[in-house]
Design a protein around this ligand. Sequence first.
Ligand code: GLN
Length: 194
Amino acid sequence: EPTIGVLALQGDVREHLAALAAAGARPLQVRRPQELEDVAGLVVPGGESTTISKLATAFGLMAPLRERVAGGMPAYGSCAGMIMLADKILDPRSGQETVGGIDMIVRRNAFGRQNESFEAAVEMAGVDGGPVEGVFIRAPWVESTGAATRTLASYEGHPVAVRQGHLLATAFHPELTGDHRVHALFTRMVRAAA
Ligand code: GLN
């Protein structure tokens, strides 16, 4: 079983820990730089990307996170985690930084007030067995992607699941559904990288 961390600064950490365990990984909470050294892959949870960014900086995690991601550690981000893995935010809050790694520009809270939270069936490449239930909560969408990325799923014409090599991001929250196929895909990515 690969040890996969969940960045445990803010957000729906518990749900990701449970989904990873169900997908056949050994989950571990990561709050300190030293804990990051013990994991073969990392999930950045949903939550509030501004808060996660500021806490990562305050806890001395931003530089080690960038180093490990640049060094090939697989990472998966859902929602706020997708924002954290984007090279660029279209509309960052002041002081908001990202770990980066995926050559894409994201727009925060993109679906607008009418559509703050909704669910939709989403066909996702690499996930067999029918569409995943996409739970979108003040979700970002992907405004544009670079050539090295692959769009695995789109909704209303916007990419909502993107992969670039060892990095995976979804605008929606599979950790809230009891369907562990996206976490199983990520666990396979971690195994393949090991
Ligand atoms: N809107 C949040 C942000 O910008 C993301 C919401 C979520 O993770 N559910 O960080």
